[in-house]
Design a protein around this ligand. Structure first.
Ligand code: ZN
Length: 337
């Protein structure tokens, strides 16, 4: 559900889905104020009981804590109320404990708000792991509009990434015989096109703009569910972002890094990388090393490492980029000076 005030329907949604036993609400300090309290009120007015867990710094140890809690209390669902990292921790805990999951995002920073995958700090894996597919997503525009602009715009970078992700997937299909699903690929590609088409509305953070972005993020989650893999949504641009997470002392936001990665990988794929850069510029998203608050040498290093991040065939090939090739790529696309 996407719209103004939809958070009020949380209790009714749980009842409709048959989640009538005790629920577990997982949120953070800040998000408790931003949306958590409204979520709890909505459950109370539907006469639903709940346990509240406030997560301080969402990481792998919190997943263990939540799983343990869920095994004791056997909730009918875990409800994650928060930004990307809270949602991911709650979603992974729901998967491991074998309970249902409801996603209540307070920002639109990446497609994890709607996907069956989770990226959690401290898991020891780069990229995402299988998590619980949300039974419902309740994205209240009134709540998300209050999120910092940077978090909303970051979601656009994660959506533009689908342009190169789908091309990487097709390449893996052609060269490696990997399964490729036209329907899931089209859905992911369409999300990127709709965000590009509505760039002015999104950049101005109008209701229509945020609505389009949220629908695009949800569609990407659906694309991953249909494909049964994150392939339609995550390719070489994501590998670059994950490599940068390892290298950079203070990584930028996931969507911001993926956006810059998309510029460079679009160049390698022979796609219109200048258009990707221009859309990111119109949104006020980073387009270079400086914007990501990282050094040119970290960009080059991340490019040379990216192919190793996970076992996934992309335009970077099996051996990756040499340092001179990585330097050239970053330079030609204006990511480094
Ligand atoms: Zn992503």
């Amino acid at each position: 559900m996407i719209g103004h005030g939809v958070l009020k329907t949380l209790g009714d949604t749980c009842l409709e889905l048959g989640f009538t036993d005790r629920l577990m609400v997982v949120t953070g300090d800040y998000t408790l104020q931003a949306a958590g309290k409204d979520a709890l009120n909505a459950l109370s007015s539907s006469k639903l009981d709940y346990d509240l867990v406030v997560v301080e710094d969402p990481d792998a140890s919190w997943v263990d804590t939540l799983v343990e809690r869920a095994r004791e209390t056997r909730p009918s669902a875990i409800i994650g109320v928060g930004g990307g990292s809270i949602i991911d921790v709650a979603k992974l805990a729901a998967y491991r404990a074998g309970v249902n999951f409801i996603s209540v995002p307070t920002s639109a920073s990446h497609d994890g708000i709607a996907s069956p995958r989770a990226s959690v700090k401290g898991l020891g894996v780069y990229g995402s792991v299988q998590a619980q597919t949300p039974s419902a997503i309740i994205a209240d525009i009134s709540v998300i509009k209050r999120a910092p602009r940077r978090l909303i715009i970051s979601g656009c970078g994660d959506i533009l990434a689908k342009i190169t992700a789908v091309n990487d997937w097709l390449l893996a299909h052609r060269l490696k015989g990997e399964y490729y699903g036209e329907y899931a690929a089209s859905l992911a590609r369409m999300s990127a096109h709709l965000v590009m088409k509505n760039v002015k509305e999104i950049a101005s953070l109008t209701d229509e703009g945020i609505h389009t972005l949220l629908e695009a993020l949800v569609s990407c989650g659906v694309a991953m569910c249909i494909a049964g893999t994150s392939r339609p949504c995550s390719g070489s641009e994501h590998q670059f972002s994950h490599a940068l997470d390892v290298i950079a002392s203070r990584p930028a936001l996931h969507g911001e890094q993926c956006g810059v990665g998309t510029i460079m990988m679009a160049y390698l794929h022979g796609l219109d990388w200048r258009r990707v850069r221009s859309i990111l510029r119109q949104l006020g998203a980073p387009v270079d090393a400086e914007g990501l608050n990282t050094s040119p040498s970290d960009i080059v290093k991340a490019l040379t490492m990216a192919h190793k991040v996970r076992d996934r065939y992309t335009i970077l090939g099996e051996t990756g980029l040499t340092e001179p090739a990585a330097y050239r790529l970053a330079k030609v696309t204006g990511v480094i000076e």
